[in-house]
Design a protein around this ligand. Structure first.
Ligand code: TXA
Ligand code: MG
Length: 333
């Protein structure tokens, strides 16, 4: 028999018993990883400062990047923001929660600076995932949870991704692959409407249409300073990510790296040549494909971005960020 090294994994099936176990860890001031509909999160109770510090340490997260608070009810969210902002919050929450929309409002003084990284605002969302909400309820307090990846790596969309970045000594509740696959939309509520800080799971035009509020895209450095996560090197696989605008350039981009490339094309598009690693470009699979390219030690990921892809704002935004990260550029908002 070959020697099989003993590896300890803490990926647990999300049974009622394991949810209770996760809740105990959280109550006792620890962190656990939980599935959400967008990506997996590394969660801690907002009133456990040691656990909040542990989140920053485990992720290698810059200290000035605030965390999103996850709630299981609208009223729990309302208690986290100042009185003047509560009606705005209710209006957005009633339309979009539970779901992949994070709302940034002025915080109630009770919310710790450790969670908001010293900002006077707090980012809140109610996840549309039964396991996430069950853990929040069982933990007995809202949970701060950034994506459960090492800072600068693609967000995790499976429990195995979390373990690869942050394990093995972390309790990870398995909820299967995330249905949305990219992170939530982040909006700041301002006097005359909404300011989009990060495109994500809720489409910006439906956000504006359904809420009846005008939406602007954040471009000013001052707006983005408040949302530091938009500035950091992000979503970066080790492989270089490059964009092809039409299929005639793909072949050259692949041969330049001796064929050691993955090609991502949206479903329904076929290539005029054969290549070993062609995968489908979708919101659900983008981060998993980035990680797979690295597992295969490929040198390059070529992403075919036609008009249809460019019109999918959140997907295209994540591709642009990965390209900028590969060039070590500031990706902008
Ligand atoms: O889908 C998601 O949002 C996932 C799941 C786990 O909920 N979470 C997530 O968290 O993506 P994170 O920490 O990876 O990204 C949070 C983003 C960052 O860009 C951060 O700067 C921004 O939200 N953010 C958090 N608090 C903020 C605040 N008070 N003002 C402005 N931006 C804020
Ligand atoms: Mg993140």
């Amino acid at each position: 028999m070959p020697f099989v090294p003993y590896t300890c994994s803490m990926i647990l099936e999300s049974t009622a018993e394991n949810i209770a176990r996760a809740a105990t860890v959280l109550q006792e001031g620890g962190c656990v990883a939980i599935p959400t509909e967008t990506v997996y999160g590394l969660a801690a109770r907002i009133d456990r400062e040691g656990a909040i510090r542990e989140i920053f340490e485990r992720k290698g997260r810059p200290a000035d990047n605030p965390l999103i608070v996850h709630v299981a009810s609208v009223e729990d969210a309302v208690a986290l923001v100042r009185e003047e902002d509560r009606d705005h919050l209710r209006r957005l929450a009633n339309n979009f929660w539970p779901g992949p929309l994070t709302v940034v409002l002025t915080k109630d003084p009770s919310v710790s600076d450790a969670v908001t990284a010293g900002q006077h605002t707090v980012a809140i969302r109610m996840p549309d995932h039964p396991i996430a909400r069950a853990v929040i309820l069982a933990a007995g307090a809202p949970l701060a949870a950034p994506s459960a990846n090492r800072s600068g790596r693609p967000s995790p969309t499976t429990a195995a991704h979390v373990e690869a970045d942050l394990g093995p000594d972390l309790l990870i509740l398995d909820g299967g692959p995330c249905a949305v696959g990219i992170e939530s939309t982040v909006v700041r509520v301002v006097e005359d409407g909404l300011l989009l800080l990060r495109p994500g799971g809720v489409d910006a035009s439906s956000l504006s249409h359904i809420s009846g509020l005008p939406l602007q895209r954040a471009t000013a450095a001052s707006d983005l300073k408040a949302s530091p996560g938009t500035r950091y090197r992000h979503y970066a696989p080790h492989a270089e990510v490059v964009i092809a605008t039409d299929d005639s350039t793909i072949h050259g981009l692949v041969t330049e790296v001796d064929g050691r490339a993955m090609i991502l094309v949206r479903p329904g598009v076929s290539l005029p040549f054969k290549h070993a690693v062609v995968s489908s470009l979708t919101e659900q699979d983008l981060y998993a494909e980035f990680r797979r390219a690295d597992d295969l030690q490929l040198a390059r990921i070529v992403v075919l971005c036609d008009d249809v892809v460019r019109s999918r704002e959140a997907l295209y935004n994540r591709v642009l960020r990965a390209v900028a990260a590969a060039k070590d550029e500031d990706p902008g908002p």
